[in-house]
Ligand binder design. Sequence first.
Ligand code: AMP
Ligand code: MG
Length: 408
Amino acid sequence: MLPVEEALEIVLAHAPRLAAEAVELKDAPGRVLAEDVRADADMPPFDRSAMDGYAVRAADVAGAPLVLPVAGQIRAGQYPDRPLPPHAAVQVMTGAPVPAGATAVVPVEHTRAVDGGARVEILGPAVTGAHIARRGCEVSAGDVVLEAGRSIDPAAVAVLAAVGKARPAVGRRPTVSVLVTGDELVDVWEAPGRGRIRNSNGYAVMAQAAAAGAVVRSLGVAPDQRDRIAEAVREGFASDVLVISGGVSAGAFDLVEEVLARFDVGLLFTKVAIKPGAPLVFGRRGDKLVFGLPGNPVSAQVTFDVFVRAALLRMQGARVVSRPVVEVLLQDALANRSGRANYLPVRIRVQDGRLVAGRVRTAGSADVVAHAAANGLVVLDAARIQAEAGEKARALLLGNFLDRDGLA
Ligand code: AMP
Ligand code: MG
């Protein structure tokens, strides 16, 4: 069986990089930036007051308290047409350019208006440079302010707006078709008859694909019949990525591999040393990718997270494609007799400044409730059969880490 790292390398090596497209800034959040973005001008573009107050020469107020004549007022949006006269102050507002010659801004709280504002008392001396953001102190024109491969979060949106990138180049969103297989499955609104269960994977996998930036399409549920699966698979190849859940293990009705062979899909692996998981099919047909995920609901979610999510992000050009990995202190003993890398559900929280992971009781790879209660997965390598409470371990932070009061 293929180790997880090798399988992931194969997936990433075969994930085609999709073309870039320009989008409007308002549509950019969540997309992956496809270009290095440079500042079009110095930031700030002029010497800017950081306070409401008075622009002065620091040397002029060294002997404060003292009174200076007020030589004018500059509001945000105005531009001073003459320098600061000697031994005078100019009233400035936050965000206004300070006049040439000014070396400090004295905040209004440290002043007192005299003669109805014609003069101002400066209550104390000012340090040179105080409350003035010099032109270019943040970045210079031409500096790279955002690098290609970064996912566009609100902070990046602010930068794009500040440098005038009205239509940033981003990676195209991959289209993903999701096919679920299994005679036992009924849809969410149906009452499962005897021996039947609800299709949870279809919805979970579509949600995961959407969260990874994909444009998602459902191919519905196919029964365990070659022709019905083949019909759906054919449609699925219209998308960049086809994700199939179920029918990839060794049972008499696990038909997915056989059907993929009909379509000349080049299978790159069919088993990975991962728990939950193991049966996991990855193949390629031209520039289309196919994943056959195990039907067990937690296996499907975990293998999606580790492999499919990474592929979808890489196709968009993302630099970081894996979940954050942290070192945690185990609160409970954990066992791994699977001979595979074992991903165990835990709740991670901060205790005395350390990340501590407590096990989430789970009945196994069908237990979606336990998986939903976890905010991380401790990874015990194949060789690590037992981990004791108090030992350290590697853990993946799940997407919900902050929501599930992980840091509370
Ligand atoms: P399979 O991989 O098809 O052998 O399925 C493994 C297990 O996962 C079986 O118990 C199935 O009933 C279950 N399963 C398969 N597909 C789904 C699904 N879409 N939603 C919930 N459970 C599923
Ligand atoms: Mg099945």
